[in-house]
Ligand binder design. Structure first.
Ligand code: NAG
Length: 241
């Protein structure tokens, strides 16, 4: 499963970068999402595999801090990218005239970098707060990887501040992401409904452009454009030297 995840996501990134038709904000966000997904599984699966191979269940303090940090970081990035993709579809469908002006490459890079920065800092704050805690040697975590909420349960010092910061720093981005995604998609649905009642040829054009964007399978290889590009890549590879 790990290999399939890594290879599948690498293939998506390769497809998006190699085909100039896919050089749009949506596909750049999608390739960022694939990249983050690779990093995300890589924070825990290799360690699990090593432990299974060695028939052990232990993790060192440094590995433990690293895992907690990167797990938080990549989950945060995943959520922000999904929100950015929702916002991108919203702009494309509800404000098509302003779309090219607002969602320009600089703004997209800015959005991605801003999210990296904010999530980098908030994850760092959690880790710094966690480093104050003490854990007794041989502490058991009843989970298959180290996640902050689980880790705080087994600390042997007071975790009140950590829990408060965790609650605030988890709740705020979650509320922000969920509101952003719900708002974007509800606006998209309502503007599609309006269009279908006006029955112009624009509808059919919009539907063919919009459907692949709304389709939740854009996050996977079922996407028509990505599949087409992959097909071309594979046939080029097959006919190559
Ligand atoms: C991530 O998105 C930015 C902004 O659209 C883009 O410039 C960059 O190439 C993307 N990076 C990856 C690895 O997909």
């Amino acid at each position: 499963m790990y290999l399939v995840t890594v290879l599948g996501n690498l293939l998506i990134i390769l497809a998006i970068f190699s085909d100039s038709h896919l050089h749009t904000p949506m596909y750049f966000f999608l390739s960022n999402l694939s990249f983050v997904d690779i990093c995300f599984t890589s924070t825990m699966v290799p360690k699990i595999l090593v432990n299974i191979q060695a028939q052990r269940k232990d993790i060192s303090y440094t590995e433990f801090l690293t895992q907690v940090y990167f797990f938080m970081f990549f989950v945060g990035m995943d959520n922000s990218l999904l929100t950015m993709m929702a916002y991108d579809s919203f702009m494309a469908i509800c404000h098509p005239l302003n779309y090219m002006i607002i969602m320009n490459p600089h703004f997209c890079v800015f959005l991605v970098l801003l999210c990296w920065l904010i999530i980098f800092c908030s994850s760092l704050l959690h880790i710094l707060l966690m480093k104050r805690l003490s854990f007794s040697v041989g502490t058991k975590i009843s989970h298959f990887f180290c996640e902050l909420a689980q880790v705080l349960k087994v600390a042997s010092s007071d975790t009140l501040i950590n829990n408060i910061v965790l609650l605030v720093a988890t709740a705020l981005p979650c509320v922000f992401s969920i509101t952003g995604i719900l708002f974007s998609y509800s606006q998209i649905v309502s503007s599609l409904m309006k269009m279908s009642s006006s029955k112009s040829t624009v509808i059919s054009v919009m539907y063919t452009v919009v459907t692949p964007m709304l389709n939740p399978f854009i996050y996977s290889l079922r996407n028509k454009d990505v599949k087409g590009t992959l097909g071309r890549l594979l046939s080029r590879a097959a006919s190559g030297p």
